[in-house]
Design a protein around this ligand. Structure first.
Ligand code: F6P
Length: 545
C-alpha cells in the first residue's frame, strides 16, 4: 500500500499548489485568533503550531489523511500489545513500562504488568540500598560514581535524562556514560574514578553488542587492578534480556535487571535501561518521569486526532517532508540541560523511520524519516541559524522552551526565552525589501550603497516552527516530552506504511566490522573487499605503531 494513491494524499497535493504563495505573515494579519486556533495542550505542556504553513483547511486535510490510514486502529494495536513490529514478530510496548494505571497489557495471552512492576520494585530496592549505604563497595565504602556502559538506546536516552534532570540529582552520586569503543571514552572516564566507590551498570538489551562488551571487559580489567574476582558482584550489575550472556560475562544474574524483547532499544529508557537515571535522581523521580510519559500516552490514545499533540506534530512533519520537500528537522531546546535531547531524538526518529521498504516489503518511492539535528539555544543562533533564516533549504524547527529555570541564581531566563521567541518570530515574518530599505535609509544609506546592501539584508520569512512551552523541566515534563516525540515518530511511520520498530539497516556495518577486526593484524589474511577498503586496511597496517 502506498499513501501516494490515497485520495486524501492527492487532495493535499492540490492543496499544496494552492497554498504555495500564501504567507504566514498574511495569515496572521487576516486572523487575529490564529495563535489560539493552532494551539493544543497536554497537561502543562503546550504546543503552539500557528507558525506553520497551514490554514484550517490544511489541518482538516492532514487529519483526513490520518483517518484514511486508520490511525486510531494503529494506536490501539500498539497499546494493546499486538505484534506490530512485523519483521521481528514483536509487540511494541514501551507504553506498558510507564503504565501507571496498571491496567493489564496482554502479550501472547499473558499480562506483562506483573513483570514490569517486579523489575520496578527491584530497581527501587537497589537504588535505596545504594543511596542509604546498605550496598557498599568491596572495601566497605559507599558507592559515589555510577558508570553506565551501553550504546545507542542503552546510552543516549538515559544520558539525556540524567543531564536534563541534573537539578534532581541525589547528593553524593555522580553518573558517567561510556558508549564509544574508542578507548579514549572509557580511559578518560576511569582516570577520574576509584575502584572502591564505582558501580558499573552494563546495559545491553542483547548483551552481544561489540562496543559495550569490549568496554565492559576493559572496565572489569581496570576494577581487578585493585579488587578480586569475588568483588565483581558488588561493582557490576547488568540490564539485559540475555541472562545467559550476562552470566557468561561473569555478572551474577541476581544482579541483573530484566528487560523484554517487546521494548525497542531506542524506546527503553523507561525500563531497567533507565537504572542509571534512577540511581542518579532517585526512584521517586524516575517514577515521576514514568507518570509524565503515561500522561502523554493517555492524551495520545484518547484525544481526537485534530486535538492530539503527537498526531499534529507527526502530520506537520509529513506536510513538510512529502509536500514541501524538507529533508531535515531541527530540534532546538532553549535549556542547556537538554543539550543531549536532539541526540536522543536523532536515534529515536532516524533509526525508526529511516526506511526505504514498506510493511509489505516493497521499495517505496516517497520520502520517509528526516534528518534530525539541533543543539541548545542560544548557541545554535550563532552557528547554523543563518542557513535556517536565509539558506535555500527549508528547515522546520521545534523550539522547546521551559519558562522557569532550575538555576535562578544566574537569572538569565528572560534573555534566553526572548531569544527563543525572537527566532520563531523572525523565521515566520522575515524582513521584506521595503522594510530593509526603510531601515537602511534611517541608518544614512543611500543610492548605490543602499541598493548593493539591500538584497543581503532581506529575510524571506515564511519558515515554519513549532513552539513547545511548559512551566519548568520537571521529571514529569521530560517524560511527557520524550513520549510526545516517540508517538510523533509512530504517527509518521503509520502514514508512510513502514515498520518504525525494527532497525535492519544497522546490521551490515556490524557484520563487516567483525570481519575486518582480525584483518588489521600484520600478516593476517585479508578477505576480498573492494580495492579502496583493501588499500585502507594495508595502509592502517603500515601506519600502526
Ligand atoms: O545498532 C543499533 C542498536 O541495535 C540499537 O537499536 C540499540 O539501541 C543499540 O544497538 C544497542 O543495543 P544493545 O542494547 O543490544 O547493546
Amino acid at each position: 500500500m502506498t499513501p501516494l494513491n490515497i485520495p486524501e494524499w492527492q487532495s493535499l497535493v492540490r492543496h499544496y499548489s494552492d497554498l504555495k504563495y500564501v504567507s504566514m505573515r498574511e495569515q496572521f494579519a487576516l486572523d487575529s485568533d490564529r495563535a489560539q486556533n493552532f494551539l493544543v495542550k497536554s497537561g502543562d505542556l503546550l504546543l503552539d503550531y500557528s507558525k506553520n504553513r497551514i490554514t484550517k483547511e490544511t489541518m482538516e486535510k492532514l487529519v483526513a489523511l490520518a483517518q484514511s490510514v486508520n490511525m486510531n486502529d494503529w494506536v490501539e494495536r500498539m497499546f494493546s500489545g499486538e505484534a506490530i513490529n512485523n519483521t521481528e514478530g514483536r509487540a511494541v510496548l514501551h507504553t506498558a513500562l510507564r503504565n501507571r494505571s496498571n491496567t493489564p497489557v496482554m502479550v501472547d495471552g499473558k499480562d506483562v504488568m506483573p513483570a514490569v512492576n517486579a523489575v520496578l520494585t527491584q530497581m527501587k530496592n537497589f537504588c535505596q540500598q545504594v543511596h542509604n549505604g546498605e550496598w557498599l563497595g568491596y572495601t566497605g565504602k559507599r558507592i559515589t560514581n555510577i558508570v553506565n556502559i551501553g550504546i545507542g538506546g542503552s546510552d543516549l536516552g538515559p544520558a539525556m535524562i540524567c543531564d536534563g534532570l541534573e537539578a534532581y540529582g541525589v547528593e553524593g552520586i555522580s553518573v558517567h556514560f561510556v558508549s564509544n569503543v574508542d578507548g579514549a571514552d572509557l580511559s578518560t572516564t576511569l582516570e577520574k574514578l576509584n575502584q572502591e566507590t564505582t558501580l558499573f551498570v552494563v546495559a545491553s538489551k542483547t548483551f552481544t553488542t561489540q562496543e559495550t562488551l569490549t568496554n565492559a571487559q576493559s572496565a572489569r580489567a581496570w576494577f581487578l587492578k585493585t579488587a578480586k574476582q569475588a568483588d565483581v558482584a558488588k561493582h557490576f550489575v547488568a540490564v539485559s534480556t540475555n541472562a545467559k550472556a550476562v552470566a557468561e560475562f561473569g555478572i551474577d544474574t541476581e544482579n541483573m535487571f530484566e528487560i523484554w524483547d517487546w521494548v525497542g532499544g531506542r524506546y527503553s529508557l523507561w525500563s531497567a535501561i533507565g537504572l542509571p537515571i534512577a540511581l542518579y535522581i532517585g526512584m521517586d523521580n524516575f517514577e515521576r518521569m514514568l507518570a509524565g510519559g503515561h500522561e502523554m500516552d493517555l492524551h495520545f490514545r484518547n484525544q481526537p486526532l485534530a486535538e492530539n499533540m503527537p498526531v499534529i506534530m507527526g502530520l506537520l512533519g509529513v506536510w513538510y517532508i512529502n509536500f514541501h520537500g524538507a529533508q531535515t528537522q531541527a530540534i532546538v531546546p532553549y535549556d542547556h540541560s537538554l543539550a543531549r535531547f536532539p541526540n536522543h531524538m536523532q536515534q529515536l526518529d532516524m533509526e525508526s523511520n529511516g526506511k526505504v521498504t514498506n510493511r509489505e516489503g516493497q521499495r517505496i518511492s516517497y520520502k520517509t524519516g528526516p534528518i534530525i539535528w539541533g543543539t541548545p539555544g542560544t548557541n545554535g543562533q550563532h552557528a547554523y541559524f543563518q542557513l535556517i533564516h536565509q539558506g535555500t533549504q527549508l528547515v522546520p524547527v521545534d523550539f522547546v522552551l521551559p519558562v522557569n529555570s532550575h538555576y535562578p541564581e544566574c537569572d538569565h531566563q528572560s534573555i534566553l526565552l526572548a531569544n527563543g521567541l525572537a527566532q520563531s518570530e523572525a523565521l515566520m515574518k522575515g524582513k521584506n525589501a521595503e522594510e530593509v530599505r526603510a531601515e537602511l535609509m534611517a541608518e544614512g544609506y543611500e543610492g548605490k550603497a543602499l541598493e548593493a546592501l539591500l538584497p543581503h539584508k532581506v529575510f524571506p520569512g515564511n519558515r515554519p516552527s513549532n513552539t513547545l512551552l511548559f512551566p519548568q523541566l520537571t521529571p514529569e515534563m521530560l517524560g511527557q516530552l520524550v513520549a510526545l516525540y516517540e508517538h510523533k515518530v509512530f504517527v509518521q511511520g503509520v502514514i508512510w506504511n513502514i515498520n518504525s520498530f525494527d532497525q535492519w539497516g544497522v546490521e551490515l556495518g556490524k557484520q563487516l566490522a567483525k570481519a575486518i577486526v582480525p584483518e588489521l593484524k600484520d600478516g593476517a589474511e585479508i578477505s576480498p573487499h573492494d580495492s579502496s577498503t583493501t588499500n585502507l586496511i594495508n595502509l592502517i597496517r603500515t601506519l600502526r605503531k
